[in-house]
Ligand binder design. Sequence first.
Ligand SMILES: Cc1ncc(COP(=O)(O)O)c(C=O)c1O
Length: 414
Amino acid sequence: MLQALAKASAALVPRVAGWVRTMASHQLLVAPPQALLKPLSVPQQLLLGPGPSNLAPRVLAAGGLPMIGHMHKEMFQIMDEIKEGIQYVFQTRNPLTLAISGSGHCALEAALLNLLEPGDSFLVGVNGMWGQRAVEIGERIGARVHPMTKDAGGHYTLQEVEEGLAQHKPVLLFLTHGESSTGVLQPLDGYGELCHRYQCLLLVDSVASLGGAPIYMDQQGIDVLYSGAQKVLNAPPGTAPISFSDRARNKAYTRRTKPFSFYLDLKWLANFWGCDDKPRVYHHTTPVISFYGLRESLALLAEQGLENSWRQHREATAYLHGRLQELGLQLFVKDSAIRLPTVTTVAIPAGYDWRDIVNYVMDHFGIEITGGLGPSMGKVLRIGLLGCNASRDSVDRLMEALKEALQHCPKKKL
Ligand SMILES: Cc1ncc(COP(=O)(O)O)c(C=O)c1O
């Protein structure tokens, strides 16, 4: 075996003599990639898919600020400001509020890994992709998972949730506020109170809705709420706001077993984010520059005011819906009361392949929209108006592109 390897590397040497450098007895076997010797090239695009969205200019500028240490006092100050910003956008006074160093999925894992223990009963609203992911993670933890499965486009009434609570006696219920794979906005009034009557905690995903649709964590009795930076916040993907109520904190802190993840262990994170009375202890090296961006995106939302941001999304999306219908397109979610004001799902027009439309709009106009995801795959096109992209100007640019796409993309005779 060793002989064969030696023969093979000897045969390689003459061909790669230009770059092989010898250090002691080792040779470099992998050449510097040609692709990295060229300048980085990234196209300018208008990101009107379900996320990520374009970065707000102030967030982009924050990415160029000097690096500081993750344990420096200036960084702890920035983390404290992020925490206050999250408390504002979540409308919560929970002291246990922080940002996860990871994407929305990581925040979901943080919630589930800390709240569920093997054998716990876990009730999940599966009306799209995100409930499916919660089921998958819950099963990996060894929870007894009870999916309440609905067709894409559905949502949960209080009565349906109560039936699930009574039947399965879960310790935790998962609901998605903004179901970005289907375009549905889940109502939340009364659900927290209902869960608490059944000794159950309420966990809500607001990755696609935060800042675009009203949510009131404390008043709605939500025990764990998480979101992502890359949607309405117009910040880079990779950081995720999350907050735990006192009830949720007690459940996580009195568990019988340690959570399987050290990286996402709530007690460690809480300490690192200054949420307990102890001195902060190093846990992991945080994404410092991404946290600058998150801080700036929360500052922008604080300056604008939540109500103004909600109105901006409602108005831009209503304008989009009107323009789509003028073009003869059908909205996928029939009940206007549960349409998500950030991500719109449009039924794929008869005779077209959704990929042709998505590709045309990108290739000819540099605008991103996407097809469906999970249960809505092949059924819808998805259009996101997120944060600074929630404007009439974005809609007008997209409508010009869509109109042309419908004229030029092949259409099967029906
Ligand atoms: C509603 C919702 N939840 C969770 C996620 C997962 O977030 P991430 O891709 O940041 O992990 C997404 C991403 O699109 C989402 O829209």
